[in-house]
Design a protein around this ligand. Structure first.
Ligand SMILES: Nc1ncnc2c1ncn2[C@@H]1O[C@H](COP(=O)(O)OP(=O)(O)O)[C@@H](O)[C@H]1O
Ligand SMILES: [Mg+2]
Length: 242
């Protein structure tokens, strides 16, 4: 079972959305995941409820909630161990609350890969440094697996000022080539359940405008699949380097 966490020390950077994108890609290739909400926002649970309502959820995707303030990291460890022992899951996805909290620092030690979703806009990038500082601390202590920034809400083109700002904020930190484009419909997309299932349903019955929507969902699923493939590659390289 591969454990992937999404972390940033602030909210609204695209953590939940990026992990749901991964869940869609995992489901689309017939694999399973335990989705662990460690953020009181409980986004996974919200997506599950919505997905089930429209008949586009999967029994291979199970949601669990661990309140980061109320539960200790021991609960997370036993949850992960039980999931691993059950042999039921290919992945565990950890949706962490957007805060710098001891729970998060501990939780990150269990992840083979930590994704740091960020929007490459000046106001957001100012926050990237502090998030990377947390990761670099853990790396110095040898207590974290691979860690990669993944850009979310991407516009087709960055201004040169934004590019310079981005590179300064990253200061050499590795970034995934795959990104989550800025799709105005993305907020909507994650409320449409697991994309492959939603698409199968839509494409069977789409008429008029729905065909356009289906096309956008298809493009979004392609991006989700590309992200998962790059993650697989990153993990196999990281594993062989270790
Ligand atoms: N790729 C994207 N394109 C457009 N909107 C996005 C994208 N990723 C996230 N968002 C939107 O940005 C907001 C914050 O995203 P979310 O994943 O909930 O962040 P976090 O989990 O870090 O708080 C949400 O309204 C979400 O719909
Ligand atoms: Mg979230």
């Amino acid at each position: 079972m591969i454990v992937i966490a999404a972390y940033s020390h602030k909210g609204g950077t695209g953590k939940s959305t990026a992990l749901m994108a991964l869940a869609s890609a995992i489901d689309a290739r017939g694999q399973s995941a335990l989705l662990i909400d460690c953020d009181p926002q409980r986004n996974f649970n919200m997506y599950r409820v919505q997905g089930e309502e429209i008949g586009c959820w999967s029994e291979r995707m199970e949601v669990r909630y661990l309140d980061f303030e109320a539960t200790g990291v021991a609960d997370l460890e036993s949850t992960l161990m039980a999931a691993e022992d059950s042999g039921q899951f290919d992945y565990a996805l950890l949706n962490l609350a957007g805060v710098d909290h001891p729970f998060n620092r501990m939780a990150l030690r269990y992840a083979e890969l930590t994704l740091l979703p960020f929007k490459p806009a000046a106001t957001e990038l100012a926050e990237l440094g502090p998030a990377l500082a947390v990761i670099r601390d853990l790396e110095d202590e040898g207590e974290i697996g691979a860690a990669r920034v993944v850009f979310t809400m991407m516009r087709p083109k960055l201004t040169s000022a934004a590019t310079a700002y981005r590179d300064a904020a990253l200061d050499g930190f590795p970034v995934l080539d795959s990104h989550m484009p800025d799709t105005a419909v993305f907020a909507d997309i994650v409320m449409r359940g697991l994309l492959g299932r939603t698409l199968a349903m839509m494409e069977a019955q789409a008429v008029g405008l729905e065909k356009m929507q289906a096309k956008r969902l298809r493009a979004a699923l392609t991006d989700c699949n590309a992200l998962l493939q790059e993650i697989d590659k990153t993990l196999s390289h990281h594993g062989s380097a270790a």
